[in-house]
Design a protein around this ligand. Structure first.
Ligand code: GA4
Length: 335
């Protein structure tokens, strides 16, 4: 088993580089080429002119702010995330910890409406805000996946998007709150929503380094930074916040389906700001019984098949049996 141990923050190198920006209002064949290049080189890009009204994003942000502003014991009544619900510092089931609190949900409409009463005094407002975001993010993810199929010259152009159009898709939704530094200490963040302006510096891991197991992740955040991506081990590139854009990252399943041509990007979130970082993530995932394998166009004599076919259920089970930072896709390699 290949186990990647997260590198301590102190010894990491920070390297600012220009990250790809995709303007979705551009000419289709040009946009699809640029997306493919971004996925190959970075596994990560920013999307502007995406067509999702800002109102859809800000309604969820408002719900998120209202929930995370509650006292911790009240929030904990909506947890633990087993597998869905409110989580505080614990990430997953194998001892990973971070300076983060979150809500993790399945995107199935029934499960959203059923759990909304645990998160809000106005469940129908919460449910409609979250469902609106999920539907917009799903559409955007489908559009991006269709552009990717075009750019890769795959004949079946819905080979990727079909997986998340399926009613049984296993996509997830996550609200993260990374607390600001506390006034009283150098390094302890504070989980209330005060905007501290006079605290001292101190950087901590909010969400440790990892790749996302799914197909694609769409992320929005408020105007507070903290997200970083890593293209080389131990070298981190800060992602400048932009509340008007979506950040997209390639997940493990898309790496497998492109036969390793796209890279599932390692990323993490750090804390150390004087303000709370809030982010919203949509993880586009296939149905549990979907067979994950590269379409024939991705396999050539010079690039033979890299991974054995697997179901999403099998991949998910492996993911949850490992630690956050583990390189799980290597366990499915054929060589
Ligand atoms: C990372 C991507 C998504 O946030 C997530 C995470 C999941 C969780 O928080 O429960 C995992 C993590 C994520 C990968 C390894 C396992 C599972 C925590 C963890 C230690 C919801 C997902 O699908 O995988």
């Amino acid at each position: 088993m290949v186990v990647a141990t997260p590198t301590p923050i102190r010894s990491d190198k920070i390297e600012a580089i220009d990250l790809p920006i995709i303007d979705l209002s551009g000419e289709r064949s040009e946009v699809s080429k640029l997306i493919v290049r971004a996925c190959e080189e970075f596994g990560f890009f920013k999307v502007i002119n995406h067509g999702v009204p800002f109102d859809i994003i800000s309604k969820v942000e408002q719900e998120s702010l209202t929930f995370f502003s509650k006292p911790i014991p009240e929030k904990q009544m909506a947890g633990p995330p087993n597998p869905f619900g409110y989580g505080f510092k614990n990430i997953g089931f194998n001892g990973d910890m971070g300076e983060v609190e979150y809500i993790l949900l399945h995107t199935n409409p029934l499960s959203i409406s059923q759990c909304s009463k645990t998160f809000s005094n106005d469940p129908s407002r919460f449910s409609s805000a979250v469902s609106g975001y999920i539907e917009a993010a799903r559409r955007l993810a489908c559009e991006i996946l269709d552009l990717i199929a075009d750019g890769l010259w795959v004949t079946d152009t819905s080979v990727f998007s079909r997986l998340i159009r399926d009613v049984d898709n296993d996509s997830m939704f996550r609200l993260n709150h990374y607390p600001p530094l506390s006034k009283d200490s150098d390094t302890s963040p504070s989980y209330n929503n005060n905007n501290n302006t006079n605290s001292c510096s101190g950087t901590k891991v909010g969400f440790g380094e990892h790749t996302d197991p799914q197909i694609l992740t769409l992320l929005t955040s408020n105007d507070v930074g903290g997200l970083q991506i890593s293209l080389d081990a131990g070298v981190w590139t800060p992602v400048p916040p932009d509340p008007t854009a979506f950040w997209v990252n390639v997940g493990d399943v898309l790496q497998a389906m492109t036969n390793g041509r796209f890279k599932s990007v390692r990323h993490r979130a750090i804390t150390g700001s004087f303000e709370s970082r809030m982010s919203i993530a949509y993880f586009a995932a296939p149905p549990l019984n979907a067979k994950i394998t590269a379409p024939p166009e991705m396999v050539k004599p010079e690039s033979p098949i890299l991974y054995r076919p697997f179901t999403w259920a099998e991949y998910k089970k492996t993911t949850y049996s490992l630690r956050l930072g583990d390189t799980r896709l290597n366990l499915f390699r054929l060589d």
